[in-house]
Design a protein around this ligand. Sequence first.
Ligand code: DOR
Ligand code: ZN
Length: 339
Amino acid sequence: MPLLRIPGLIDAHVHLREPGSTHKEDFYTGSRAALAGGFTFVLDMPNNAVPILTEKLLEEKITLAREKALCDVRFYFGTNGKNIEEFEKVSDKPEVFGLKLYCNHTTGEMLVENPDLLEKVFAGWKSAKPILVHAEGEQLVTALRLAEKHKRRIHVCHISQASEVELVRQAKIKKQKVTAGATPHHLFLTKDAIIKMKGYAMVKPPLGTEADQDALWTGLKDGTIDIVETDHAPHTRAEKEKNPPAFGVPGLETALGLMYKAVKDGRITHDDVIKFLYTNPKAIFNVPDQPDTYVEMDPELAYIVPQSGFETKCDWSPFAGMTLYGKPQSVVLRGRRVL
Ligand code: DOR
Ligand code: ZN
């Protein structure tokens, strides 16, 4: 059978760890992982070892990516609620695709919980580019309310609980400008994975129940959840085995295969795969065209996720041993073969 050609995919949520934590990933290894997974455009999060809270730090990061990345990498700016004056210096830059706001505790030093500071962030980000929130449970209620009040576009990252899917569904019914993403790990693993995988299954937001997982699939099918975003968050094996473990799992190299597994299992269609990994992220984040860019693979061809041998520097996967479909066999970026 001839190979199927699909667009270069877009991952709106990755942590490539440079600068500051290049022992677990850098722009070279992270972009190789992206290409191996069929992604030609990724949006990198600001929770670096030194968080990206100033224009200067952002510019340094942009330069590093330009020197080392093999696929297109663009950025979100970060906030701790106290760098509002930086917003207008960065929000119009073509490399910036939104503002990331952490309303719950996770990797990095950017938590904003205080209601006054949250209000300042929503009031202060005057750009049409979205505010991306890590907001679980009650914090999501607050974030949606503030976005509505200040008329800001909001993207709810890695939605994980059935109740959160319902909050977004209701906001969309009210015509609020909200979009949402789900990760492959929340779609394919439940908290039962922690028994077997221990620290390797520890992520933020935490893995949910089967009922939560069903709600995510329903949300994808009914348009409540717009995109699949990997939240590629590499940590070394040692960091995952210590107590407490680092939060996060790598995801760039397995996302497409998992989505074609979902097609095989009859949950979604091929058109859905393209919608969640290309069309919708492109529209939401206003991703520019990448001319003459495509991925070739056979969505019927099964493969087993190995234990190691990945492009990501952390070199493990929470999906090891699973049978997936449609591994990219070649990737062409702007007319040049890159995989
Ligand atoms: O599991 C996670 N890991 N969740 C996050 O929000 C951050 C990420 C990381 O940077 O490690
Ligand atoms: Zn993340």
